[in-house]
Each structure stands twice: as C-alpha cells, then as structure tokens.
Design a protein around this ligand. Structure first.
Ligand code: ATP
Length: 464
C-alpha cells in the first residue's frame, strides 16, 4: 500500500492559504478558469449541444454535475423539508394559465432595462453597464426600454394570441396559486411553508459567467406563510437560517455576506429583501434572496381569481391573508459556489495534487471502491464490498491504473473516502479506508465499513 501522507509543512501551508473559513483571502481571477476547466475535463458541465457548435450560455450537466446538483437539492431538501414539520413540498407545472402572470404582475413588470449599442449592435442591461458599451467602448447607446424576461410559447397547434402561455420565471407562483389546496389537504396553519425545487426560465439579456446566469436554471424556493405581525421576526429568522446553510455545506464565512436591498432595488412584490451574496472571482454576486412579499401575491390572486386565498383563524374568528417570507435560491448558482469554495491544491509526498474539498454530502461520490490491482482474484471481493456500500452511498468503482493515480483522480473530483481492497483483504476480511483531505489511512473490517462511513458522514452534517 502506498503511503502518501502530506508533509507537515505542506499541510500547514494549505491551512494558511485556504483551509479555515474565517478570513480566507478573496478568490483570485484564475480560480474561475480552474473551475471551468475542471468542469469540462471531469464531466461536471458541458456546453449544450456542443457537437452543433453549442448554444450561447446554455449548459448540460454531465455525470458528475448531475450527481452534484442532486446533492445540492438533497441538502436543501434536508434543511427545508425533511428536518422540519412546518414545511411541505409541492411540484407545480412549468406551464400555467397565463392569468397567473397577469395577476402576479410579471406580465407588466418582470422586465429589465435594455439598451442597444448603435455601433456594434450588442445588447445590454442598462443597469449593469453605465454609459459605455463594454464590447466596443462606444457611448452611442439607445434609450433604455423595458424588456420582459418571460419566455412565450403557444399551447396546442395554433399559434395565436389566445394560445399564448409562458414558461415560469420563478417557481414561487406555484405555491401561491396552490395555497388553499395545500391548506385544506394538509391542515397546516400559519406559520407554515410550501417548498419547491424546479426549473425556471428567464430570457436574460446578458447571460454569462458560466452557469451563474443562464436562461434555463433551477430554483429552490420556499414560501413561509405567517401572521402579518410576525413577518419581521420570521424574515430575520430565515436570513439567519439560509446563511448558516451555505456555511454548513462548505462555503467559507468570509466569502459570504448578507446584503439588504436599497428601497429602489426592491422587486414589485417586496417590502424588504436581503441577498445572500458570495464572493465570486469577479466580485460579490447573489446566491439567494430572502424577501418579505407581504400578502401581495395572495391578495392579487384572490382579486383576479375571485377565490379568497385566506386563512381562517378559529381562535380569533378572523379571516386574514398571511404574509409570505420567501427564501429563493438557485441550485445551479449554489453548485458553482460550492465548486469555487472547494477547489484546491496541495503537495503530497513531494508531488502536487489537485483536490476538491467538497463537503462529503455535496461531493458527487461519497465513496470510491478501488481493488489494488485488476487481478481476477480481487474482483469478486471488491464487487461484493461495492454492492454493500451502494445500498447506502453513491459510489464509484475504478480498477485501472496505479493506486496512487486513482487516488488523485478521486481527490480531483472530491470523493471523501476511498476503500481499497488488497491481497491481505482476501485473508483478513479487512480493507483500507483513505480520507481525502488528510490522506490518512485506516484498516477496518469489511463488516464494520458501512457503519464506520455512515458515522463519519453523519458527523459531517446530518442524515443523507
Ligand atoms: P439576479 O439579480 O442575479 O438577476 P434575481 O434577484 O432576479 O437574480 P431571484 O428572482 O431572487 O433572482 O431568484 C432567486 C434565485 O434564483 C437567485 O438568487 C439565483 O440563485 C437564481 N437565479 C435567478 N436568475 C438566475 C439565472 N438567470 N441563472 C441562474 N440562476 C438564477
């Protein structure tokens, strides 16, 4: 078995540079390139329809990316649904009656200000560029005009005004229009929440920065309905909870901040919003917004539909419209922030290694099973161990190349544990478990492996 403990000197250098979450220096611009390259090389993210030249700012998530996204969703679900008894989930349709968007205000006001550069014809969001075209430097820009971000489509075979529908630009409206259905079918009462993860679509004027801003993306949103008098304290509560979630799953605290919106920044439905921002290599950017949407949505849908979306409080004998506190985050943006926070390099046994220090429950694979050699004698036992582990963990299996090379491959994709089966294993029913960050190895009986790894993962952040 190779010994590959990082030198003391290397470990301490690593900790000084990147390890602790407090006071980590700002990310360098090169980190962005590193993550984009890793994503393509190891199959996290591919340009969409690449064999046809791709499509601008559209991406497909590859094998490791699909596992990563699934783990981000699971981590959110764990915190927002599984670990609570006051939040229930739904999955609403992407296409809805267009009256939803008329009533919610999205048809009239879900716009960004658009300007054209008269010289190079590029289009920009006026609020992002000042008075100069970032492409050619010209100051000859058109007046800003509102551009609605909703994608339009036609339902059925006839392309006419009456068959227009919109792809949802947020999942939130699914929670508001189902408010009564959920209330009546679950017997929940305020304060309670409705949570949803799903795709949203926005015809962004300037998508970019890799998967940070795309036209199709995934949101994880929750509407927490509360008595109006409790709205402020719940708002504070959710800001704190959501901030803690990003830290819990590995974002350094010095790369996170909570930024309250200025009055003029607020969306049409919000009286108070704070963004959880991440220090991207290009500066601070939003990961999630927490908004006090008041009773705006329930009120406009009650008025437009004629159905009273109220709660009847038996204790006081009052009907009232609850306020909605909304933590709204992006699955894809969070995944990018986790990757940027995790990518690292250190030195092991005199050689540089790339290591992705993802939280064990966010990493694509929790365990890699590696028979020491491809010899047929080891394969049956290795496969048996793999089968046992797969019932509980997401596992990779790799039997080609030297063991050191295979460890490096797993380090680079963030696998927290490697289980190696060697020739002694055939005699003593023991295997070697190697930990990613320290490269420390322990020898354990196969019978205790699932319990050992489960305990390690539980200790790192809850059920999985
Ligand atoms: P931005 O100011 O970056 O356009 P927003 O304030 O419009 O975002 P929200 O409407 O609050 O975003 O949406 C909630 C979350 O959905 C965002 O915090 C982000 O994580 C995600 N999100 C929104 N738009 C996009 C997009 N175009 N691509 C990827 N994720 C997005």
């Amino acid at each position: 078995m190779t010994t590959e403990t990082p030198s003391e000197e290397s470990r301490s250098r690593l900790l000084r540079q990147k390890g602790p979450s407090e006071g980590r220096p700002a990310p360098e611009a090169s980190l962005f390139e590193e993550v984009v390259n890793l994503c393509k090389r190891r199959g996290f993210v591919f340009p969409s329809s690449e064999i046809y030249g791709g499509m601008r700012s559209t991406y497909d998530w590859g094998p490791l990316g699909a596992l990563l996204l699934q783990n981000v969703r699971k981590a959110w679900w764990r915190a927002m649904v599984q670990e609570r008894d006051d939040v229930v989930p739904i999955e609403a349709a992407v296409l809805t009656n267009p009256k939803v968007w008329a009533a919610s205000g999205h048809l009239a006001t879900f716009t960004d200000p658009l300007v054209d550069c008269r010289k190079c014809k590029e289009r920009w969001r006026a609020d992002q560029i000042g008075d100069t075209c970032p492409n050619c430097g010209s100051k000859d820009l058109t007046e800003a005009r509102p551009f609605n971000l909703m994608f339009k489509t036609f339902v059925g075979p006839v392309e006419e005004e009456a068959s227009v529908a919109y792809l949802r630009p947020e999942t939130a409206q699914g929670m508001f229009v189902n408010f009564l259905n959920v209330l009546q079918s679950t017997r929940k009462r305020p304060p309670f929440g409705i949570a949803q993860i799903g795709r949203s679509f926005r015809n962004e004027i300037t998508p970019g920065n890799f998967v940070f801003r795309t036209r199709e993306f995934e949101q994880m949103e929750m509407e927490f309905f509360v008595p109006p008098a409790e709205a402020d304290s719940w708002f504070e509560y959710w800001c704190q909870q959501r901030h803690a979630w990003y830290e819990r799953y590995g974002i350094p605290s010095s790369w996170l901040r909570l930024r309250p919106h200025e009055q003029e920044e607020l969306s049409h439905y919000s009286v108070r919003t704070s963004d959880i921002e991440f220090l991207f290599p290009w500066g601070w950017g939003e990961l999630e917004g927490i908004a006090n949407r008041t009773d705006y949505d329930l009120r406009v849908h009650s008025e437009a539909s004629g159905v009273r979306l109220e709660y009847f409080d038996q204790a006081s004998g009052e009907h009232y419209l609850p306020y909605a506190i909304e933590p709204a985050g992006g699955v894809t943006r969070a995944a990018m922030a986790f990757l940027l926070s995790a990518i690292d390099e250190d030195e092991v046994a005199g050689e540089k290694r790339s290591v992705l220090r993802l939280h064990p429950l966010i990493a694509p694979y929790q365990v890699a099973v590696l028979p020491l050699s491809k010899k047929e004698t080891l394969t049956p036992l290795a496969r048996k161990v793999l089968g046992e582990l797969q019932r509980t963990f997401t596992c990779d299996y790799d039997e080609t190349q030297a063991i050191g090379r295979r460890y490096r491959r797993q380090d680079e994709i963030g696998t927290p544990y490697c289980v190696t089966i060697d020739f002694d294993s055939l005699e003593d029913d023991q295997v070697t478990v190697r930990e990613r960050d320290t490269t420390a190895q322990v020898r354990l009986p196969i019978s205790g492996l699932v319990d050992h790894l489960s305990a390690e993962l539980q200790a790192s952040g809850g059920a999985f």
